[in-house]
Design a protein around this ligand. Structure first.
Ligand SMILES: [Zn+2]
Length: 284
């Protein structure tokens, strides 16, 4: 199936009261793992590339790899740029065939964030590409984005609504206390913010920093109205650990295809667990 517009996938999730996993990929194997997991679970899924992955492969190659992997699939899949901060990279991704992009101008003051985000929305919408914007700061490290944990500002529903109305974004990442990377302390989440935005609007809502949240918390976020759930660190952890485990246990084995196959199966299994947890399994 050709890639679909992310916004259509998320509208279906909102109306069906489930959430779509957006999984960060680092190469073709991880792209294929998302496709395989989605196929196995008959689930929609979003394939995300961060600026680091884009630096490694370039936008055109990522689009080609994702289209190739998705062509064999029967479930809705899309390619999304995660945390775009560089207008040149955003423009390239929009022109190259990404189905959606995130403009992350959240490090700027509110009015500047609106101005930058609205500019990307105009450019992307002209090409039929949907846009995610972020208000407030999600703590942690995501490639070039570094935010101090104590500086993480919780978004208020009023700010979120003003931001969405003034920018015209298609989906909104609001800071509710989740963080990127590995949680070193139990996060203090403000899930009520999501509930309040959901009660007042039909916005498509995004949760960042999905790795490491307890299953019950993920379910609560979905019930509160989250429609897109980002998982990045977990993909990299499972990939790394699987390679390490296989190599450690098979020191005389030099057929790297076997090593990669072990990693592929490990990543696929983990992604399937998320698809079940998020309620997207069986919704394709
Ligand atoms: Zn993020």
């Amino acid at each position: 199936m050709p890639l679909v517009n992310t916004v259509e996938m998320l509208k279906a999730a909102r109306d069906g009261k489930y959430c779509v996993g957006a999984f960060n990929v680092v190469d073709y194997l991880s792209i294929e793992a998302v496709v395989k997991a989605a196929e196995n679970r008959q689930s929609p899924a979003i394939i995300q590339a961060s600026s680091g992955t884009i630096k490694r492969f370039g936008v055109k190659t990522l689009v080609e790899m994702t289209r190739t992997a998705a062509a064999k699939s029967t479930v809705p899949l899309s390619l999304h740029l995660d945390h775009g901060t560089d207008c040149k990279v955003l423009s390239e991704a929009i022109a190259a065939g990404f189905n959606s992009v995130m403009i992350d101008a959240s490090a700027h003051p509110f009015e500047k964030n609106i101005e930058i985000t609205a500019g990307v929305v105009r450019e992307a919408h002209a090409r039929g590409v949907s846009v995610e914007g972020e208000i407030g700061v999600v703590a942690g490290v995501e490639d070039d984005i570094v935010a101090a944990h104590d500086a993480s500002l919780y978004t208020t529903p009023e700010q979120a609504i003003e931001f969405k109305e003034k920018t015209g974004i298609d989906f909104l990442a609001a800071a509710i206390g989740t963080a990127h990377g590995v949680y070193k302390v139990e996060p203090k989440l403000n899930i009520d913010t999501l509930r309040q935005i959901r009660a007042q609007t039909d916005y498509l809502l995004v949760v960042h920093g999905g790795t490491g949240l307890a299953d019950c918390v993920v379910r609560e976020l979905v019930e509160a109205g989250a429609n897109k759930f980002n998982v990045s660190t977990m993909v990299k952890q499972v990939y790394n650990d699987a390679l390490f485990e296989y190599i450690s246990n098979n020191r005389e084995e030099y057929n790297i295809l076997k090593t990669l196959d072990y990693a592929f199966k490990s990543i696929t299994a983990m992604l399937e667990t998320y698809m079940v947890l998020l309620g997207s399994a069986g919704r394709a």
